[in-house]
Design a protein around this ligand. Sequence first.
Ligand code: UDP
Length: 385
Amino acid sequence: MFDYIVIGSGLSGSTITNLIAGKLNKKVLLIEKRYHFAGNCYDFVDENGIMVHKYGPHIFHTDNKKVFDYLSNFTQWSSYKHRVLAFIDGQKVSLPFNFNSIAELFPEKISNVIQEKLIKKYGYGEKVSILDIKESKDKDLAFLADFVYKKVFKNYTLKQWGISLNELDASVAKRVPVFIARDDRYFSDCYQGVPVKGYTKMVENMLFHANIKIMLNTDFKDVIDINLGTKKIYFMKEEFNGKLIFTGMIDELFNFKYGYLPYRSLKLDFETVNEEYFQEAPVVNYPNDYDFTRITEFKHMYPINSKKTIILKEFPKDCKPNKDIPYYPIFTAKNQELYAKYQEEAEKFKSLILIGRLAEYKYYDMDDAVERALEVFEGEICNGK
Ligand code: UDP
């Protein structure tokens, strides 16, 4: 009945489903555990008329024109530019740490010296990881690195991941570099914004196709069996000879046979506040205060007239298997080794394809997820490689 089965309707699953149905003209069954599609970028308009991101803030940003053009088939984008402040020493300064933050926190003379040295060493407009600046022998740059590391990264990272920044792959720190410029946008990619009618609507447009059947409220384990010995895949107890595209937790797919892959989860506390606005920016990070990492105020992303506003506090926590939502794969060398075992197991299945943050155990952003799905479609699916 179906040529392909896709498990998980987040951006990875929805992109590949859309391409198979639309471009290949093949029948796809999309299986989703939750009561809704769109994965963690699911959003909805609440009773106050405010657009809320149910699983935490999602801001689209990319330099990849192909990804942007592809998604633009399903939505228009607002001109929203994401801005983040960090609460440091009683002040809110802009993040990524940039020349404005330096000027706000240090006396003018020191600030000027640091700015000049940063330009001389790295060049204006460059983005540099805090881990690289930390290596600097220059005493002013070493002072800056030490300050930013302690005040912005150290405690936030401990809260967010439960381990220190040095234990995580260097790419995690690179996500929020020091920016040698006055630009205070959180992302400097050429395409950024949020879908005008929200991510859910965008994904709905991707999935609206006669070749696509969606099963919501369905745990894949109830309908799919994989035989680890014969490497056969079964759908509703019958052998399935098409391709299975899996976007869920890879360790769960293989029944945790090598043990649990660690993920980080979040407790999300939404509050309705009886004020027009709660804070001066869409997101304020609290590296050193409170148990939550950041507060998001959604009204900044989708401005509307309302006497109320919705805020979200994120409390990171360990992810208990079968209980909590796995938001983040924890990118350490040890965990990568464990992942490699599952990946090796997966490669033995000729008709199994893994894509997405959980199945590939990678800290993908939304654009990375779409880029990877496009790549797999054009390669493995269309050309068999
Ligand atoms: N980070 C930090 N302090 C901050 C912001 C980020 O230490 O104020 C570090 C932290 O380790 C975090 C990582 O940078 O997990 C990536 O931050 P990003 O804002 O990209 O996280 P996401 O939005 O994906 O949760």
